[in-house]
Structure formats: structure tokens, C-alpha cells
Ligand binder design. Structure first.
Ligand code: NFS
Length: 669
């Protein structure tokens, strides 16, 4: 009998099957057993007070159903949506706050373990923030930058600092509709207030505030996290790495960094190469220490160091089931509490490190940036000590896939013309000429309620076949990477003729891994640069660009979807709609938002329809911009693309050899 697959990733599927044979429970079985409540799933349940929960169902629920207080279905659904956006924003932004605190600690000399690795980026950020940097000590500039960022959290009046980074026209739309965020914390608190019993009941008014909160996430929390991580740990450039469960080695200590905040992981990257630590591992019979990543921490250390990844959200239990993980260290977000129970059946140690997050059954070693290296060493030694305890054989899979990550927006600009002529001109020209049909941000979670990672892979191959350039983040990148899709060869094998030409000329894969989920902010920056470059739209809205999160599950994904919609990008989520019960709320998020912001937030479970909607948005945007109609293999005239050879020649002439750029860094991992 044919058995439905649970993961589209072959290696993952093999481990799942092995787990079933050996009675190991995973999220895949739990997803099968626990069917979603159909009322809550569609946003028709209100539990914001204790007169309920009220379930607004029935034949004419949209018009007639009322909660005990009289709340209508559209009100309830809108409130539920706004709370999801607020929770997602809180998660990203609390991460950003921690990053700002670390930057401040570094600037004030309170921690010696971190340095400012990218001074140029610090200066660029200072410049945007209106902070004087010329002739000043680096740490003084860093302190002012950190303090300026911290103002963004508690500001009561005025505007978020980074609002001014958006194209002028995009800002105008925000001002017209009153969604410019003031302070991040203020917008989240106001969202919680407005959605509590008896406050804001107008669905449109509620959802408009939802967009204000979301913008505080995109142009606040996410963008601040990305920028500070680049300043402290370096701005990514293309780097080779590998992915899948084969990254775990039988004869080495396998240590996994899982979660979201990159600072402890960065420290661990440093510490595992210390001679005394390596010697210590050898004294326990291991050949060395093998560091791997999971979820977004994986993306952070892959982007900067080529540390291999064991994949996204649904792979965390499966990684443990290889029986090879000696220690998994977790901080915040997307960590399944199930891993501690599972780890007991192996020898794996689970270590929680954030003061905000503990899991019963885990060892807690609290991280503090003031003694970062000390904490990192303690964790690495614990992993080494656990190496001789491996006893239970797991499902060992040896295959890995090569992948390339590290496409920061700075590098994307550089690769289109070199250090001196970097711009977005070639990309805009290729879109105008119809070589590239449009751009898609393929992002978001993987989800055990789908053949996990399968929708990402389906969309990725179809889109590039149809000359759509993909920028990917988060578990979307992991889904593509672990299928072998994040390589330049992918362009040769699968991309349409126009996209292939562009990829070959510039030397890039057709799917660009731009980072973790907070790095969706890089996509905002790319879209802004395209608007400034000219020839397409002069705002983020109206670009031939679409965002897709086909297997989303997290509130963070909803916040991201909403900030893209508010910024002017139509977004399509897979699966069912968390507000699908209300026609009015669905209409506001699609039609009304498109009219006001040129963005939208759709939910569409059918992957074929997601594709059709994507092409429709892209082609209509091309039409509005009066660009040449997209026809595969037929292009208009465009400027000559600067290929690698031409660029090198130019740079040689300028006598500016710049080590590291213009090529792909070898993995350190
Ligand atoms: Ni994003 Fe990263 Fe993955 Fe989803 Fe979770 S790890 S922050 S929320 S599951 S993409």
C-alpha cells in the first residue's frame, strides 16, 4: 500500500520511517493525530475574555454571529490577526533589542569577547541614523548607534528611525494611511490593548493598526537585527557550505546550535577552533569538533562562516534521531519542547541558554554577553564530555548537499558591477528586458502538515524555470539547500533561458540565500535599491515582485507577511487562512490593502494556484510599468551585463585588489 510521505526531503523521510519502526514520536505523528480545531483554525474563535471562548459559527456567521459582548465575526477574526502580528513582531524585536544591548556592551568595553567586525557597515548605519562618524573613535560611534536603536523601542511619539530608508513614495502611502510606526514596544502594546475586550471593533481600523505594528517589525526589529549582526559579526559574502543530516560525523563531537540569536553561536564558532578545546576533544577519543546549525541560527552562522546546516524547523527532532548529536544548544524561538523527551532516548544533551526560555528536561546554562566566551567554552566542553556516552544507534544518513549562502544585499549590489560600480542597474535592466520576469521572496517555515519542504521545492523549480529570480530566507532557504537547489548548477539545469543567462553572466545561483528570517529586511533593502535605481517602479509597490511563504506556521511569518504587504509587496501564504472564516477580513487584507499599499496578504492552499497568482501579479505589474511583455526566450535590448571577467579587468585597472570579494569563500566548517 502506498504510504503518504511526511517529508519531501528524502533523508528526512528515511529518518521518520526509521523513527516509526522504533517508536520514536515526532511532530509528523503528532500533526497527524491532532487535527486542528476548525473554528480556531479559521479565526472564528474569540477567547479574549472569560465570558467565552465564543465560537462564531453558523450559516450566516459573517453577518449574524455574535460573541457574548456582541463582537461580530469580522471583528473577532481581525483581532486574532492583529494579535498574531503583534506576537511575531515582539519575537523579532526582542531579538533586536538584545542585539542592541550587545552592541552597547561592546562599545562601552563591557565585553571583550566581541569586536566590531564591519566598521564600514557601522559607518553606513551611522550615516543613515544621522550620527557623525568621521574622525571619531569606532566605539563612540557604536555607542551612539546602539543608543539610537534603543530609542526605537521606547519612543512614544514621532517615527521609527529606519522609516526614512524606504522610498519616498512608499513613505507617503504610510503617512496617508497613518501606519508609520512610532516605537516598536508602543505599537505592540497598543495592539494588545486594542484587541482586548471592548476596545477596537472596526475590522479595517484594527487591521490598519496591524500594519503599523508589522512595519515596526520589518523596518524596526528585523532591520535592526540584521544591521547589528553585520556590524558585530561581519556582513555576509557568498560562502560554500553543505546541508542535510550527513553533516554529523561518527568520529567527531557533534554540536548543534539551534534557535535564533547569533551571538552565542558566533562565540561557539570561535571556541571550537581553540587548540586546548580541540585537544580536549581528542583526549575523549574524538577526531575533532563538528559544529552544525539548525533553523535560523544555522542560517546566521552559515551566511558568515559556512557552518553546515541540518535544516529547518521540522528537522530538529530528526537530527537527534541520527543518534550522533552530542549536544544541542538552544536559545529562543522555533524550538520544539519535544526535543528534551526525545533526547532522553539517546545520549543527546539539550542546553537552554536564554534567560527567557527554559524547557523541562534541559540543562540550563545561562548566556550573558559579558562572559560570552566562558559560557561558550562550558557548552563545548559539555558536548565533548558527552561524546563517549553515545550508545543508542540512530538512523544514520551520510549524504550531504553542497550549497552557497551569504548573499547580503551589499554583496548583491557588489556582484552587479564590482566594488566601484556596484548597483542594481543590471538587475533592473534584465527585468525591463524580460530576461528576468520578476523577483520572488521565497521564505517562511517548513511545516509537518505538508509533505514538509515539498511546496518550497515545487515552487522554487517552477519559478526559476519561468525566469523568476528567487531570494530566499529562513527555513525556505534550508528547504532549497537540503534539496541541492542553492548552487549555480541549478541555473544550468532548471532556469529559464533569460534567468540562466543572467546567472551565468554574474556567476550566481538562481536562488539567492539572503539569510535568516530577520534578514527578510535585506529583501526590503533590495526592493528599495531597485526603486531608487530607476526604470521600474519608484516605490516598493508596483514592482514585479511577490512574497511567498508556502509552509508557514509561525506568528513571526505572519508579521513578516504583513510588513511586506504594507511595504507594497503582494504576499501569498500556503495552507489555510487563519482568518478564513471572515470574508470581510479577507477582502480587507487583499483588495483594500492592495488599493492602499499595492501589497496584499493572501492564503492559498493549492501550490498550482500560488504559482498562477504569482505570475498574475508579476505580469500585471510589468504591464502597469509598461515593460516588455514577458515571453520565454525573447528579450528586449538592454545594457551589457558586467560579467566577472569584465569586472575584474576594471578593478585591476583601478588597482584595487580587494581580497575575498568577487569569489566565493571556502567553508570554514
Ligand atoms: Ni522563521 Fe526562523 Fe523557520 Fe519559521 Fe522558525 S526558524 S524565524 S519562524 S520555522 S522560518
Amino acid at each position: 500500500m502506498d504510504k503518504a510521505i511526511k517529508s519531501a526531503n528524502e533523508a528526512a523521510e528515511r529518518i521518520i520511517e526509521w523513527g516509526e519502526e522504533h517508536q520514536f514520536e515526532t511532530c509528523f505523528e503528532r500533526a497527524e493525530r491532532l487535527k486542528p480545531c476548525p473554528i480556531g483554525e479559521t479565526g472564528a474563535c474569540c477567547k479574549h475574555c472569560h465570558m467565552g471562548p465564543c465560537r462564531l459559527v453558523g450559516k450566516n456567521a459573517e453577518e449574524e454571529a455574535r460573541g457574548v459582548c456582541g463582537a461580530s465575526l469580522p471583528t473577532v477574526a481581525a483581532r486574532n490577526m492583529v494579535r498574531m502580528i503583534a506576537a511575531g513582531t515582539a519575537a523579532h524585536s526582542d531579538h533586536a533589542r538584545d542585539m542592541a544591548m550587545i552592541l552597547l556592551a561592546v562599545a562601552e568595553g563591557e565585553t571583550k569577547d566581541f569586536q566590531i567586525k564591519d566598521v564600514k557597515k557601522l559607518y553606513r548605519v551611522a550615516d543613515i541614523l544621522g550620527i557623525e562618524f568621521e574622525g571619531r573613535a569606532v566605539n563612540d560611534v557604536a555607542r551612539d548607534v546602539a543608543l539610537k536603536f534603543l530609542e526605537d523601542f521606547g519612543r512614544q511619539k514621532g517615527e521609527l528611525n529606519y522609516v526614512k530608508r524606504a522610498p519616498r513614495k512608499t513613505q507617503e502611502r504610510w503617512r496617508r494611511w497613518g501606519i508609520v510606526p512610532r516605537g516598536i514596544d508602543r505599537e505592540v502594546v497598543e495592539a494588545m490593548h486594542r484587541t482586548s475586550i471592548g476596545v477596537d471593533h472596526d475590522p479595517d481600523h484594527l487591521l490598519t493598526h496591524g500594519l503599523r505594528v508589522a512595519l515596526a517589525d520589518g523596518w524596526g526589529g528585523c532591520m535592526i537585527s540584521t544591521d547589528i549582526s553585520d556590524i558585530l559579526f561581519g556582513t555576509p559574502q557568498p560562502v560554500r557550505a553543505e546541508g542535510s543530516f550527513g553533516i554529523f560525523k561518527e568520529d567527531e563531537v557533534n554540536l548543534v546550535v539551534h534557535g535564533h540569536e547569533p551571538s552565542l553561536a558566533e562565540m561557539i564558532v570561535d571556541v571550537v577552533n581553540e587548540p586546548e578545546i580541540v585537544e580536549y576533544a581528542k583526549s575523549k577519543g574524538a577526531k575533532g569538533i563538528n559544529l552544525g546549525g539548525m533553523c535560523c541560527t544555522a542560517n546566521e552562522v552559515l551566511m558568515r562562516h559556512g557552518i553546515p546546516t541540518a535544516g529547518g524547523f521540522t528537522n530538529q527532532e530528526l537530527g537527534i534521531m541520527t543518534g550522533l548529536v552530542d549536544l544541542i544548544t538552544v536559545d529562543v524561538q522555533c524550538i520544539m519542547p519535544a526535543i528534551t523527551e526525545l533526547s532522553k532516548r539517546f545520549h543527546t544533551k539539550v542546553v537552554t541558554t536564554s534567560e527567557k526560555a527554559m524547557i523541562p528536561g534541559a540543562v540550563h546554562i545561562e548566556y550573558d554577553e559579558h562572559r560570552a566566551k566562558e559560557v561558550a567554552r562550558k557548552i563545548v566542553r559539555m558536548a565533548i564530555d558527552n561524546f563517549p556516552n553515545r550508545k543508542v544507534t540512530g538512523s544514520h544518513i551520510t549524504q550531504t548537499y553542497p550549497l552557497i549562502g551569504g548573499f547580503s544585499h551589499e554583496y548583491i549590489e557588489y556582484m552587479q558591477g564590482g566594488r566601484w560600480r556596484g548597483s542594481f542597474r543590471p538587475l533592473n535592466d534584465a527585468i525591463m528586458a524580460g530576461r528576468i520576469r520578476g523577483v520572488v521572496g521565497l521564505a517562511g517555515c517548513d511545516n509537518p502538515r505538508f509533505p514538509s519542504t515539498g511546496v518550497h521545492r515545487f515552487l522554487a523549480t517552477e519559478l526559476i524555470k519561468n525566469d523568476v529570480l528567487i531570494v530566499s530566507t529562513g527555513c525556505g532557504s534550508a528547504a532549497c539547500g537540503l534539496a541541492g537547489y542553492l548552487t549555480p548548477e541549478m541555473a544550468l539545469e532548471h532556469a529559464g533561458p533569460g534567468l540562466r543567462e543572467v546567472c551565468e553572466a554574474i556567476g550566481i545561483p538562481p536562488i539567492l540565500h539572503v539569510g535568516a528570517c530577520v534578514d527578510n529586511s535585506r529583501i526590503l533593502t533590495i526592493a528599495t535599491a531597485m526603486a531608487h535605481e530607476g526604470g521600474l517602479s519608484d516605490e516598493i509597490g508596483n514592482m514585479p515582485a511577490v512574497g511567498i511563504a508556502p509552509e508557514w506556521m509561525s506568528e513571526k511569518a505572519i508579521a513578516i507577511g504583513a510588513y511586506f504587504a504594507a511595504s507594497g509587496v503582494p504576499v501569498i501564504f500556503g495552507g489555510t487562512s487563519p482568518v478564513g472564516a471572515s470574508k470581510e477580513v479577507t477582502r480587507i487584507m487583499t483588495e483594500v490593502w492592495f488599493e492602499r499599499f499595492r501589497g496584499a496578504l493572501h492564503f492559498e492552499p493549492d501550490p498550482e494556484k500560488i504559482l498562477a497568482m504569482t505570475y498574475d501579479y508579476i505580469d500585471k505589474a510589468r504591464e502597469r510599468l509598461k515593460l516588455r511583455k514577458y515571453e520565454p526566450g525573447k528579450f528586449g535590448a538592454e545594457r551589457v551585463l558586467m560579467d566577472m571577467a569584465a569586472r575584474r579587468k576594471l578593478e585591476k585597472v583601478a588597482n584595487t585588489a580587494h581580497a575575498g570579494l568577487g569569489g566565493i569563500n571556502e567553508s570554514e566548517g
